[in-house]
Ligand binder design. Structure first.
Ligand SMILES: Cc1cc2nc3c(=O)[nH]c(=O)nc-3n(C[C@H](O)[C@H](O)[C@H](O)COP(=O)(O)OP(=O)(O)OC[C@H]3O[C@@H](n4cnc5c(N)ncnc54)[C@H](O)[C@@H]3O)c2cc1C
Length: 689
């Protein structure tokens, strides 16, 4: 058995009461949540314990000004680079190992300061990844300076003021000038200014720009990626020909300097076109390995899959922190009962029901994404190294469909969890030093960036419907990852009916998976029929899709994402330590039934069940599972939690000394006991009282 003594023991205190009832060793679960990769778990602790000792990472009790947050974030990124957690050995290792390690560094940093991890993800990883996949030899020096030497911080400029979700209609142009062998970048008006670009406002020296490529004959070849210098790296002055600004204060991640930019006939060398899939000769002739320009954009944006997986991993860490704080608070906070025998909140069924579903989501999501990331990295590695990957293009489409619905499911669930955890900590949860407010507002933007959730999940619907049509027609599906192989038996799946008579029968893999398959087939059939009916009315495919989103397409993609989380979790569960399997099985059933509870309307509407028993038994089973989880739940969050320094919550400390910690926080608040500096402004001098 691996030696886990590098994970610090937890202090003894009021939480012991619930830790003693646990059925498993929390450190073993912690390792399991890290994909049983002890090196990665060690790296995470090394990062956390190193940064804890560095004054640059000390938490401030009051929010610094927005500008100061940007300065600190940039300095923290610089310091993290200097610590070289990304060792030379790691930098030179295989794609899969290198990327998994980067992801771990990112996760560790995100739990401490999400602005730093976003800055790092865009400024280093997204940029350097794009150079590798879209660029060629000639761009390698930029990869070296960004990823290997960490001298450059970059940005990713796609969104424009008037166009975000529909990238095809972006209006920034890059026109080739054969005489000077340069591209001329131009912004026609403010509506075409690039905006929201992270790191652009103050700190980046280069950007990866997406602009419409126009050749001298006037042909527009669609959006392409260009490497564009923005600032002089020595003076940080913006280059002439650019209008660059910072977008100002946001409602979260204020350490990131999101910016806007307008180009005025700004020239860059021809070589700055990222030319792996398409190039322009010196004379201005366009050459591409794709005949369809939209496929070039598709290939370019495919890069975002790794970024979206990164967002999901970060989300898993945000929900882990949120539920840790709320559960530790619930175990130490008493309300009602007798004077000397008050009841801890965690004992109340209502409180369990509000929180435990999110605890199970935190565990299920973490193991799902861990498992999925491995498969994803393996496929990319094989394909990059020229090895044969069976059905590669089908696998890429399936992965894109999976990512496009899973990022919405995870980011939305985490947002709801953060809000519920905040409320579950009552008034004290509203304190800045509880950290739930920051977790929530720093997380919130993930539902929008790298693809707005509502728009992104529509792409999953397209893929699912294609598979359904193919299963109905030619009796085949393109699902190399086997996520929808069951559609070949869609009629059989749809014939399933609810026949359980006890909650015991619902708390099983078989019931949950069969019910999900029924739901998916039913939602697919319904969506397909509605879509076909719209087409039959003469609507275009685009118009027909817009008429099928509500209650159909959207519900379908959410259900598919939940199903993915469950099947990938199960696959991991079976490989885990025997001691951990019972609690993981409880998590599986709780997440599965808690999610199915939200689909009762469809289950009845589609005739899966009649009468009251499904709703009654399902809800009874959820409550039974909450009760069953209660003895283990404090240890589950111990396994999910980062160190106390990283968690940074007065309510969530692992010693459980809630009131001593609160007193310390109140009493050490700067100026807490001082007369207000503005006391004269409020004194009524004539008062004789
Ligand atoms: C903190 C933050 C950081 C960001 N960082 C970057 C960055 O570094 N680089 C970059 O290029 N961009 C960045 N963005 C921009 C981000 O990627 C876009 O905001 C996002 O893609 C959504 O585009 P939009 O804002 O234009 O929304 P819109 O497309 O205008 O969408 C508005 C609303 O309309 C809905 N909607 C749109 N189309 C449809 C439809 N067909 N059917 C139904 N509903 C629809 C959407 O669901 C959404 O709720 C960032 C944004 C934020 C908030």
């Amino acid at each position: 058995m691996e030696d886990l003594s590098f994970v610090p023991d937890l202090p003894s205190g009021p939480l012991d009461k619930y830790r003693k009832t646990s059925s498993f060793d929390w450190k073993r679960l912690k390792l399991a949540l890290e994909g049983d990769n002890i090196e990665l778990l060690k790296l995470k602790y090394k990062i956390w314990l190193t940064l804890e000792k560095d004054p640059l990472f000390a938490h401030s009790t009051v929010s610094p000004s927005v500008d100061e947050q940007k300065r600190i974030t940039q300095l923290q990124l610089k310091r993290i680079n200097e610590y070289r957690f990304h060792t030379t050995e790691m930098v030179n290792s295989s794609y899969s190992r290198r990327t998994r390690t980067i992801m771990t560094i990112n996760e560790a940093v995100q739990s401490l300061n999400p602005s730093v991890s976003v800055k790092m993800a865009i400024g280093i990883y997204l940029f350097s990844n794009a150079l590798l996949s879209l660029g060629t030899e000639r761009h390698h020096k930029f990869y070296e300076s960004t990823f290997v030497k960490r001298e450059t911080v970059a940005s990713f400029a796609l969104t424009e003021i008037a166009h975000g979700s529909d990238a095809r209609l972006m209006r920034t142009t890059a026109t080739y000038d054969p005489q000077h062998k340069q591209f001329v970048i131009h912004t026609p008006d403010f509506e075409a200014a690039k905006c929201w670009v992270g790191n652009l406002g103050r700190t980046c020296t280069h950007t990866l720009l997406f602009a419409q490529l126009i050749t001298p004959d006037g042909t527009n070849h669609g959006l392409h990626g260009f490497l564009v210098p923005i600032r002089n790296p020595e003076t940080m002055e913006t280059n002439p020909g650019l209008i660059v600004g910072d977008m100002g204060e946001k409602i979260g991640v204020n350490g990131i300097d999101n910016g806007f930019i307008m180009f005025n006939q700004y020239r860059i060398p021809r070589e700055n076109l990222l030319n792996r899939t398409a190039d322009v000769t010196e004379d201005g002739v366009y050459e591409s390995s794709f005949s369809d320009p939209s496929r070039i954009l598709g290939a370019a944006l495919e890069n975002l899959s790794a970024g979206r997986i990164g967002i999901m991993q970060e989300s898993c860490h945000s929900i882990a922190s949120a539920v840790t704080i709320a559960i530790r608070y619930a175990a130490t906070r008493m309300q009602f009962g007798e004077r000397d025998n008050e009841i801890p909140l965690i004992e109340y069924e209502l409180h369990q029901w509000r929180l435990f579903g999110y605890v199970s989501a935190a565990v299920v999501f973490r193991m799902y994404i861990e498992n999925f990331a491995k498969i994803y990295l393996d496929i990319v590695e094989k394909s990059n190294s020229g090895m044969k990957v069976d059905n590669l293009s089908e696998a890429v489409s399936e992965i894109h469909a999976m990512v496009s619905c899973s990022k919405p499911l995870l980011t939305w669930t985490v947002l709801a969890a953060a809000q519920q955890c905040r409320e579950a900590c009552g008034g004290h949860g509203y304190l800045k030093c509880a950290n739930l407010g920051d977790i929530r507002s720093n997380h919130e933007a993930t539902v929008t960036y790298e693809g707005d959730n509502n728009v992104l999940s529509q792409q999953t619907g397209n893929w699912l419907l294609r598979q359904f049509e193919s299963a109905r027609g030619s009796r085949s599906v393109d699902s190399p990852l086997h996520t929808v192989a069951f559609l070949l038996d869609w009629e059989k799946c749809l014939a399933a009916r609810f026949r359980c008579t006890s909650t015991q029968e619902l708390k099983t893999r078989e019931f949950i998976i069969t019910t999900y398959k029924w739901l998916l087939c039913w939602l697919l059939k319904q969506t397909h029929e509605k879509y076909e009916a719209q087409l039959a009315k003469g609507l275009s495919k685009f118009e027909a899709r817009t008429k099928c989103q509500v209650y159909k397409w959207r519900e379908l993609t959410k259900t598919y994402a939940e199903y993915l989380a469950l099947i990938f979790f199960l696959e991991s569960l079976d490989k885990k330590d025997k001691e951990l399997q019972p609690v993981l099985e409880t998590m599986f059933c709780l997440y599965g039934l808690w999610s199915l509870d939200q689909h009762l309307v469809e289950l009845y509407q589609g005739g899966y069940s009649q009468g009251e028993s499904l709703a009654r038994l399902l809800r009874e089973a959820v409550l039974q599972l909450c009760a069953a989880l209660q003895p283990d739940v404090v240890s589950v969050v111990d396994a999910l939690a980062p160190t106390d320094f990283v968690l940074n919550s007065v309510l969530g400390k692992s010693d459980g000394n809630l009131y001593q910690n609160l007193q310390k926080a109140f009493f050490s608040q700067p100026g807490a006991f001082e007369r207000a500096a503005w006391w004269r402004d409020i004194v009524n001098v004539r008062s004789k009282i």
